[in-house]
Design a protein. Structure first.
Length: 187
């Protein structure tokens, strides 16, 4: 039980009542939330929010019988879990939209990069890749020179695939800038 919940309660009687309610229903609340979100960390976070809501309104529970109190607390837990789910879905959607935009940009960068590389000496390209930060040069090397997939690179470096894609996109941009700079200096 979080000390924060107890801090929210001014009355000693309500504090004792809250502790009893928590001890009686904490397992049921956690099981309900976990069943809905299927992730222990998220369930713990939602459980914390649930108990904070109960603590903020502890005086409401003074006159409730056990069955209605349990039902009310489980309803709060369910609503918090649903809100969490909708919020996380919106965030996933927003992230997905961002990733799609990044992919569109990266395919444009990739086309420009290939055009630029066709005009330049391989030694210059390799030198530019080596001059990049390691996080970019490594993924570029494995992706273009060793023909590894994003999934293979992610596994190799113990990264998420989205991280590898982001590093590839950023690495391409940086490499393209370096190559364009070299190309201008050679003219």
């Amino acid at each position: 039980m979080s000390p924060l919940c107890l801090v929210l309660i001014d009355d000693e009687y309500d504090r004792i009542n809250f502790k009893k309610i928590y001890e009686r229903y904490a397992d049921d609340v956690f099981k309900r939330i976990y069943k809905l979100v299927n992730n222990r960390q998220d369930a713990e976070d939602i459980m914390q929010e649930t108990w904070l809501a109960v603590a903020e309104n502890i005086q409401f529970y003074r006159s409730k019988d056990d069955a209605s109190m349990r039902a009310y607390i489980l309803r709060i837990a369910k609503n918090r879990a649903i809100t969490f789910y909708h919020t996380s879905e919106k965030e996933k959607s927003r992230r997905c939209d961002t990733e799609l935009m990044d992919l569109a940009e990266s395919s444009d960068d990739e086309t420009l990069l290939f055009d630029m590389c066709n005009k330049m000496d391989v030694a210059v390209i390799c030198e530019c890749i080596r001059s990049l930060d390691e996080i970019y040069s490594d993924v570029l090397n494995y992706y273009y020179l060793h023909d590894h997939t994003v999934k293979e690179i992610a596994k190799l470096f113990k990264l998420k695939e989205v991280t590898v894609r982001a590093r590839l996109a950023r690495g391409r941009k940086k490499l393209l800038q370096l190559l364009e700079g070299r190309n201008l200096n050679e003219r």
